[in-house]
Design a protein around this ligand. Structure first.
Ligand SMILES: [Fe+2]
Ligand SMILES: [Fe+2]
Length: 160
């Protein structure tokens, strides 16, 4: 798969998790906790492979990197709010919908603007980059270090 195809597939996972989370009720606290933790884990992996591999690779062909970095921070901030909100809090659904809107905007902008710009790298480099993204994605998903970072981050976000 080409790099942009790998990232679009992962966007679908992220958007799907938030859609599912947005569809829960205040009474489904266990489900909300599970989906929220799963989203946090997938988002960490996604941001990591973009920051570490994809964004540096497209730096010369896309002027959108600083916007993208700012949007990652905004998504992090909004996720922090969702992490601090109790799953049975009436505000929970509103916070999730706001996070969903920001994630939607960011992923659509990548898909409609940045990824087409990345095609300037050529098919061969995009395929090679796609392989590296998938490899790193698998590695991070499996890795105990990543799970530790996520756990720490979750703790820190709760304390902010
Ligand atoms: Fe991104
Ligand atoms: Fe992305």
């Amino acid at each position: 798969m080409r790099a942009d195809e790998v990232l679009v597939a992962h966007h679908d996972v992220l958007r799907g998790l938030l859609r599912e989370l947005a569809g829960t009720t205040d009474a489904q606290t266990g489900q909300r906790r599970r989906l929220r933790a799963e989203f946090l884990r997938e988002l960490e992996v996604h941001a990591q492979i973009e920051d570490e591999l994809f964004y540096p690779a497209v730096a010369d062909v896309s002027p959108l990197l600083s916007v993208a970095h700012a949007e990652h921070r905004q998504i992090d901030d909004q996720l922090a709010t969702v992490m601090r909100t109790a799953p049975d809090d009436p505000e929970f659904a509103t916070e999730v919908r706001m996070l969903e809107a920001t994630l939607h905007h960011h992923t659509v902008e990548e898909e409609q603007r940045m990824f087409p710009q990345s095609h300037a790298l050529g098919e061969e480099r995009l395929q090679e980059l796609g392989r590296r993204l998938q490899e790193r994605q698998r590695e991070l998903t499996r890795s105990g270090a990543m799970r530790l970072i996520v756990r720490l981050k979750r703790t820190v976000l709760r304390l902010v």
